[in-house]
Design a binder for this molecule. Structure first.
Ligand SMILES: Nc1ncnc2c1ncn2[C@@H]1O[C@H](COP(=O)(O)OP(=O)(O)O)[C@@H](O)[C@H]1O
Ligand SMILES: [Mg+2]
Length: 641
């Protein structure tokens, strides 16, 4: 099969060079313009010289002196060896040509020729289909990768505001519409329009007057078809959108399967899913209705136009004597021949319109500009000490400010804690520090440089983040760990895992480091997963560490292990800790208390607790049943190098 494809490519190339050769022969060669009298006489009269077609009046004309085969022969004969080769072919043809009366001979020859033609048709048909499909699939891969690449470049905000299921749908279903459009274009458009154009040419040749009449008749049909096409496109768009909702429902159901099961909501979910599907169904049917309408309309009007033209033609022939009989026949028969391709074109046009709805949805994704991009003059950041300063930082997701006038100064290696009621803006600040968003006001400086002026890739190489949700990819543990640093050696990986107290667990798994983490990491406990993400962060060896409620989702036993591994991780790094459990941050160098997007208090655990009116004291006593715990002073005793 593959060799046939190579053959096909070869044939295409041959065809192209033949075409190029013809152009050179006919258009560019000086002989093309020389008058016939000055030409060399052809060596031999070509066999295949067909008499030129009769002109409109039906009168015979003299065979043209510059007939193409002659010209070609004259030119080709200059190629060395061509004449000899041609003579050999002619001799061979003469040998296989049966004598005039040899009926059997002719029958066999014709059968063999038919067989050859059939085989050629089969091969070219197969090749066309194969090459076309191959080309289309290539294009699709390119589009899909391109769209994905673009998506990954988009800001974090984009993924918060879009529904993941809808994105899936655009990446799969809508891109498949591109497939459909391309296939229609390749398969029908070329074939049908060449047929149609030749039909039109014959009609105009046969009777310009009747052609003009048909044009006038066809115009309003085209207008109506355009209306249908627009309808198809609009409805298809709504259908594609609806399919996005179907995908989104599936995605939500499956990712929330635990809750669905726990709340025994299977039936409820099925009903909800059915409703989304019903809505999709209605919209899909509306697309079909518009397409079928266009087709029925074309059918009816096509016949009406033909009827009018028959009447008009017969009137022109009989009454007005404006057209001769044979031309009327030619005109009407080519009209009849054009019917099928015209119908196909209308169908294709609507299919392409339908597909364009999907294309539009893909293009919408591509039109979204990445939010956080490197400035063209962004500077490299090969090393980072870990000095962090925030000046007047403010941020809003939309219009409502979430952070206001934040000032902070953190020395390299310091541990600072961010505490405060939920919704105060702590996670948002962590996201700003990782440059997932840019502040809407003020400046964040690392080592005295505005983070917007350095290359984002360089910046992130010095930052690691551990969040509440220990996400692991559905691949080997090793791959997941290497996410921290691509080129980490096995020794480094094992060392990181030992420091994160997870090496023994991994070693006991079947397959060890090559064990595949199940879908959403279900084969590992929350604490184990979290320790893997900590090992991942350790491998990165960051200067700045961002911990957002890294232990909140864990039971107290795994919390202790995770806490110990975090202490290893924090050693010697500038660390921002968000912790719900205040007992975990009592040893921080400084605690910032957030409330409604502002820093309302700042100081050490002892100082803040000493202030009887402090919000910190209130939050702390709330968690410890009103009793300060002596052991809290030991926890997280500011690990310093
Ligand atoms: N992606 C988002 N889009 C819009 N608003 C958000 C988004 N994330 C958080 N918020 C809002 O910003 C505020 C601060 O949220 P967050 O930083 O998560 O608080 P915390 O981590 O302190 O609990 C909240 O009012 C929250 O509703
Ligand atoms: Mg939070």
């Amino acid at each position: 099969m593959a060799s046939l494809a190579t053959l096909g490519n070869g044939v295409l190339n041959q065809g192209r060079s033949l075409f190029a050769g013809l152009v050179v022969d006919k258009v560019l060669s000086p002989e093309a313009d020389t008058p016939p009298a000055e030409r060399q006489p052809p060596v031999a009269a070509p066999h295949d010289a067909t008499p030129p077609p009769a002109d409109r009046s039906g009168a015979k004309t003299e065979p043209a002196k510059r007939s193409e085969p002659e010209l070609r022969t004259a030119l080709l004969d200059r190629i060395p060896g061509f004449a000899a080769a041609r003579d050999r072919v002619r001799a061979w043809l003469a040998r296989i040509t049966p004598a005039d009366g040899d009926v059997w001979g002719w029958a066999v020859l014709i059968s063999v020729l038919l067989g050859i033609v059939a085989a050629l048709l089969g091969i070219t048909g197969w090749l066309r289909e194969y090459l076309q499909a191959k080309l289309v699939q290539r294009v699709l891969i390119d589009i899909r990768v391109h769209v994905m690449q673009h998506l990954l470049q988009l800001g974090f905000r984009f993924f918060h505001t879009r529904r993941i299921g809808d994105l899936y749908s655009r990446l799969t279903n809508d891109i498949n519409e591109v497939n459909r459009a391309l296939n229609f274009l390749f398969r029908d458009l070329f074939q049908a329009s060449t047929q149609l154009l030749s039909g039109i040419a014959i009609c105009v040749w046969a009777s310009p007057e009747l052609s003009l009449v048909s044009l006038v008749l066809v115009m309003p049909i085209l207008v109506v078809l355009q209306v249908f096409a627009r309808k198809v496109r609009k409805r298809a768009r709504s259908r594609q959108h609806s399919f996005g909702e179907v995908t989104d429902a599936m995605q939500q159901m499956l990712s929330g399967i635990r809750i669905v099961k726990a709340f025994h909501a299977e039936q409820h979910e099925v009903e909800r899913f059915r409703r989304v599907n019903e809505s999709f169904f209605r919209r899909a049917v509306r697309v079909v209705a518009a397409k079928a309408g266009a087709r029925a309309f074309t059918d009816v009007l096509n016949h009406a136009v033909v009827a009018v033209l028959i009447l008009g033609g017969v009137w022109a022939f009989h009454v007005a004597h404006a057209i001769e009989k044979q031309w009327l026949v030619v005109f009407l028969s080519s009209l009849a021949i054009m019917y099928q391709p015209a119908k196909k074109l209308v169908g294709s046009y609507n299919n392409v319109m339908e597909a364009l709805a999907g294309v539009e949805r893909v293009r919408e994704l591509l039109a979204v500009e990445p939010e956080v991009v490197d400035a063209p003059d962004a500077e490299p950041l090969p090393t980072l000490e870990g000095h962090v300063r925030l000046r007047h930082v403010g941020f809003a997701y939309d219009t409502q400010p979430v952070l206001r006038d934040i000032h902070m100064e953190v020395q390299p290696g310091e541990v600072v804690a961010l505490v405060g009621p939920s919704g105060a803006g702590k996670s948002t600040l962590i996201d700003l520090l990782a440059r997932l968003y840019d502040p809407t006001e003020g400046v964040i400086e690392y080592d005295g440089r505005d983070i917007r002026t350095v290359r984002r890739a360089d910046l992130l190489a010095h930052i690691a983040m551990v969040t509440q949700d220990p996400f692991l990819f559905n691949t080997t543990i090793l791959e997941n760990l290497r996410y921290g640093r691509r080129d980490a050696s096995m020794e480094e990986i094992v060392a990181a895992c030992k420091a994160a107290f997870i090496h023994d667990v991994i070693a006991s798994l079947p397959g060890g480091y090559e064990a595949v983490v199940g879908e959403r990491g279900v084969t590992l406990s929350g604490g184990q997963r979290q320790r893997i993400t900590i090992a991942r962060a350790l491998l990165r060896n960051p200067r700045v560490l961002l911990l957002d409620e890294a232990t909140s989702a864990l039971d107290s036993e795994s919390e202790q292990l995770v806490q110990r591994s975090l202490e290893t991780l924090m050693r010697g790094r500038t660390t921002f800790v968000v912790a719900h459990r205040l007992s975990t941050i009592v040893g921080a160098d400084r605690i910032y208390v957030f409330s409604e997007g502002r820093i309302v208090e700042e100081g050490t655990h002892a100082a803040l607790l000493a202030n009887p009116d402090s919000l910190y004291r209130r939050l702390y006593l709330l968690q410890t049943d009103g009793e300060p715990r002596p052991e809290d002073d030991r926890r997280l005793a500011a690990p310093r190098p």
